[in-house]
Write a new protein. Structure first.
Lengths: 599, 357
């Protein structure tokens, strides 16, 4: 077992002496490539299907409110959908668990877990993670966390239903909502495991990037994927512990009678004993993680996109150092903007001004990134593979979704669109869809590295175009129902005749959502089919410069037989003048008379 | 039976996807023995053109949305600060619209223009500090102006003075209804706490402390509350159980209701309900809604159910913070009227001391 892989040992033959059993290879594996696959299957496929399915269920309810559907009976049972009509409590639970699963399980653990694990050792030239054992532990903690979250769906009183932000007192009082009983307890326990997993994983990524880079791989020769994963891990280590503390204090309030977040409460005809706490404190703690979390989700997707756009444009990424600087700037700013989620919570208005200032500053590095992507396409020779389409799609939704952030980040303007569908449309485009596009791009691009086979490109194209049209079809009109004043998380809008003329738009959105949701089956089919029957991959199918493509197609312990390749140049020598090929791998020594690319 | 049908439908869908793939594979085989899964020149050409078509699609969706959805948006503001709000919103929106149109065009046009051709080499451009500086500094300046504008607007809205003649109204949230409390002749709200809610057999709706003389002339109303036009209103917002959010979209007003603390918001209504009902945007919205309600009623009548009431415009107080199962139906009607009508209405209500007699 390679608990600590010594990078200086070039001869790695001793690994052949280890006999791998089924259990050490497939279940308790310490190999980063296997762990990457485990994260993908658990986080993206299993949890992803649950999360997307939930959104389709509540979209059906929103389009045809309080009507009877057999899919409701099928998935929710008589308890939550008597006669096929969805219960308001389960509606809120679906919204809550959809958010939780998509943000944490799919786009944090699924995305980072898969690609940080697969790519960090392979792209920096390391035999494995700094600690294979901790890496395995991180995955299994995540697995336990997922299992608990799924189990919470089957609790008698229903799963957590206070929104994915679980603001107390709603989340603290079972009297206020049935989901705040055992369902919420399991939610909190699941998140505690999740945070432990995330911390172990992140620490491992940071240490690996800092210590195990191969000879010649300076920090400024790292591919932008690694910069993104590295900085993401740092943000995670800074912010996740704060969520853990919030969760622990909430557990204290719920089970041990403390009053951190609760005060002066009267519910179900009874005055509760809580005195002196404040829900606003919880909001501060939650969003101290919650906002960086947006970038924990987004930065890896942007890193993946940088790599894929440069490779497929056959052109160096434009402004490498500016890209690194903007990743660092975004990471720094992301930790001091959480208050923009709280402009109308009763927080001191002066703080609102401060957070408006810091929030709108984020637009600057974000704009730099968007412009650099566009400049990278300029005068390129674009190979429009499915991965490239998803990357371009990401830039598109990142811009569309990011721009409305200028409205929401402005405290004055937030007043009237806060907690409306305008917010829902904004964050789904800028972090939900964008991060999913990054995830898909990554899978299409690195599938050959994961499974040694190619995914079918035709299916990839079909998948992209249906998804791209669907995503705008869902979220573009959604801005308008938000600006019409419709609050989010309403079980039905029929209680307000004033919103009757939004019904058609809601039907349209749901139709797009159903089509787009079903289109993901094409991806699933392509993924599973290609795993077994896909065309055998060549070693470097996309003619890429980065180190992972110098390793053999078959997965071996230690990644490279014999020596680890040395690095002689940055990752983006694409179409370098004077070179016959339009790519020069990082491991290729500088030729006689060749100028090192300044970047 | 329906479950069986659903399973059948999914199976058929899966089979059709499988068959479509087969067809693709066979047609590929027929044309050329090329099963490369890397984009070919032909792929680049088609996908590049589709990228351009997608740009057109984005523009069409934008134009369509603005053309057909502008009418569902909120009508002009009914509060004083709302005009400033709408102006700032419009300016920000135009800016966004401009940047969106230009950047999406560049992105998709480049994806089309530079679609790969075999044998062509991309230009080797690594960076350009001047360009980099331009697209850092310009957004920075624009944002700086926007930040200043936003911050002054915000501070004007939020840092209101507690004028003597401002009307103080408490908005009181509970699962799942709103109540409003007026301060009475002394214009001072009496002390209140959830501990008093069970006093007087539940008639003490917002938990007023009956030993505080300021509270005796307070007036508590449910279902609807009234406001006089052109007089500043200061809302004191409370909740008795979980978080709620007092959202009054027509007045561009929102503030959370937080148990254990009193939050505040203030605005000055500038249009009476009667005036707003004559606003052309509102008239056409109400007509549209009533047409929809009429159509829906026909269906209901055909099923032997009751028809829907026709709709008349009213200002609304909604809850915008998730608060449990009836979050979607937590509403209160707001009536804005002349000072005279308002005083008459208020005098007709029972004071707290009358209620607890």
């Amino acid at each position: 077992m390679s608990i600590a892989v010594n990078n200086n040992v070039d001869n790695h033959d001793d690994h052949h002496h280890h006999k791998e059993t089924f259990i050490t290879k497939w279940i308790f594996s310490t190999d980063h490539k296997m762990i990457a696959k485990q994260y993908f299957v658990t986080g993206v496929i299993v949890m992803g299907i649950i999360g997307v399915l939930m959104s389709l269920l509540f979209r059906i309810q929103l389009a045809w409110p309080e009507e009877s559907f057999s899919v409701f009976s099928f998935f929710l049972g008589d308890r939550w959908a008597p006669d096929g009509v969805m219960d308001p409590n389960i509606y809120l639970a679906l919204v809550t668990i959809h958010g939780t699963i998509m943000v944490f399980f799919v786009l944090t653990a699924g995305l980072s877990g898969t690609f940080s694990n697969l790519l960090i050792p392979l792209q920096i030239g390391a035999r494995d993670m700094a600690s294979g054992f901790l890496n395995m532990l991180a995955y299994w903690l995540f697995f336990i966390s997922s299992a608990i979250m799924v189990a919470s769906l089957f609790v008698e009183a229903g799963p957590a239903a206070a929104g994915w932000t679980i603001y107390p007192p709603l989340s603290a009082l079972p009297q206020a909502q049935p989901g705040s009983g055992a369902g919420m307890t399991l939610w909190l326990v699941s998140m505690a495991f999740f945070i432990a997993s995330s911390l172990l994983g992140s620490l491992n990524y940071i240490v690996t990037v800092l210590n195990l880079r191969t000879k010649g791989m300076t920090m400024f020769r790292l591919p932008l994927t690694i910069w993104a994963f590295f900085v993401t891990a740092i943000i995670g280590v800074i912010s996740f512990p704060v969520l853990l503390s919030a969760a622990l204090l909430l557990i204290m309030d719920r089970s041990f009678g403390t009053s951190f977040f609760l005060s002066d409460i009267f519910v179900q005809g009874e005055v509760l004993h809580y005195q002196g706490g404040s829900p606003v404190l919880f909001e501060h703690l939650f969003w101290f993680l919650g906002h960086p979390e947006v970038y924990i989700v987004l930065l890896p997707a942007l890193g993946i996109t940088s790599e894929i756009i440069a490779t497929n444009a056959r052109k160096p990424i434009f402004g490498y150092r500016a890209m690194v600087a903007s990743i660092l700037a975004i990471a720094f700013l992301s930790t001091i903007v959480w208050g923009h989620h709280m402009f109308v919570t009763g927080m001191n208005p002066f703080l609102g001004s401060v957070f408006t200032f810091t929030t709108l500053l984020i637009a600057i590095p974000s704009a730099v990134k968007a412009f650099n992507y566009i400049a990278t396409l300029w005068k390129g020779n674009l190979q429009l593979n499915p991965a490239m389409l998803f990357s371009i799609g990401l830039v598109s939704t990142f811009i569309t979704g990011g721009l409305t952030g200028i409205i929401l980040g402005d405290s004055a303007l937030d007043i009237n669109v806060h907690d409306t569908y305008f917010v829902v449309a904004h964050f789904h485009l800028v972090m939900g869809i964008s991060a999913l596009y990054g995830l898909f791009a990554g899978v299409y691009h690195w599938f050959p590295r994961l499974y040694g086979r190619m995914m079918n490109k035709t299916l990839g194209y079909v998948h992209f175009w249906i998804t791209a049209i669907g995503a705008y079809g869902i979220f573009f009109p959604m801005h308008f129902i938000g600006m019409a004043g419709l609050p989010r998380r309403y079980y039905t809008n029929t209680a307000f005749p004033y919103f009757d003329d939004l019904a058609d738009i809601n039907v349209l959105i749901t139709v797009f959502a159903l089509i787009t949701g079903l289109a993901q089956l094409i991806f699933l089919y392509n993924f599973i089919h290609s795993m077994y029957f896909g065309k055998k991959a060549e070693k470097n199918p996309w003619k890429s410069n980065t180190l992972e493509w110098t390793a053999p197609v078959e997965h071996i312990h230690g990644n490279w037989p014999g020596k680890i390749p040395e690095v002689h140049r940055w990752a983006y020598d694409y179409s370098k003048p004077g070179k016959k090929e339009d790519f020069v791998p990082q491991s290729t020594p500088i030729a006689k008379g060749e100028k090192i690319t300044e970047h | 039976m329906t479950i069986l049908l659903s399973i059948l439908a999914v199976t058929l869908l899966a089979i059709s996807v499988w068959q479509i793939t087969k067809i693709f594979e066979i047609s590929n085989l027929g044309a050329k023995k090329d099963d490369s899964q890397v984009a070919s020149e032909k792929d680049n050409d088609l996908q590049g053109k589709l990228m351009f078509a997608f740009l057109v699609f984005i523009y069409l969706v934008t134009i369509y949305s603005f053309a057909s959805y502008t009418k569902v948006l909120l009508p002009e503001s009914a509060s004083e600060h709302g005009y400033t709000y709408d102006k700032l919103f419009l300016i920000s929106f135009l800016l966004i619209f401009f940047v969106q149109t230009v950047t999406q065009a560049l992105l998709h046009y480049f994806a089309y223009k530079y679609r790969g051709i075999n044998g062509r080499k991309a230009s080797f451009i690594t960076h350009n500090n001047k360009l980099e500086l331009v697209w850092t500094v310009i957004p920075a300046i624009v944002l700086f102006v926007l930040i200043l504008y936003g911050m002054t607007t915000w501070s004007d809205i939020m840092n209101f003075e507690e004028d003597e003649d401002a009307l103080v109204v408490e908005l009181y949230a509970a699962q799942w209804n709103w109540k409003a409390r007026y301060a009475g002749d002394d214009n001072v709200l009496g002390d209140a706490n959830v501990r008093f809610l069970n006093d007087f057999d539940g008639r003490n709706l917002v938990g007023i402390d009956s030993s505080d003389p300021n509270g005796l002339d307070d007036v508590v109303v449910t279902q609807e509350f009234h406001l006089p036009i052109n007089r500043k209103v200061i809302f004191k917002i409370r909740s008795q159980d979980v978080l709620h959010s007092a959202y009054m979209p027509h007045f561009r007003a929102q503030m959370n209701a937080v148990p254990g603390m009193i939050t505040e918001f203030s605005f000055t209504p500038t249009k009476t309900t009667a005036e707003m009902r004559l606003n052309p945007e509102v008239v056409s919205k109400v007509n549209r809604i009533n047409k929809i309600r009429y159509d829906n009623s026909q269906e209901l009548i055909a099923k032997g159910e009751e028809a829907l009431d026709p709709y008349q415009f009213d200002y609304l107080l909604l809850c915008a913070k998730i608060c449990g199962s009836s979050h979607y139906n937590m509403q209160m009607k707001i009536v804005v009227e002349s000072e005279k009508d308002f005083n008459k209405w208020l005098n007709d209500q029972n004071t707290f001391s009358e209620v607890i007699q």
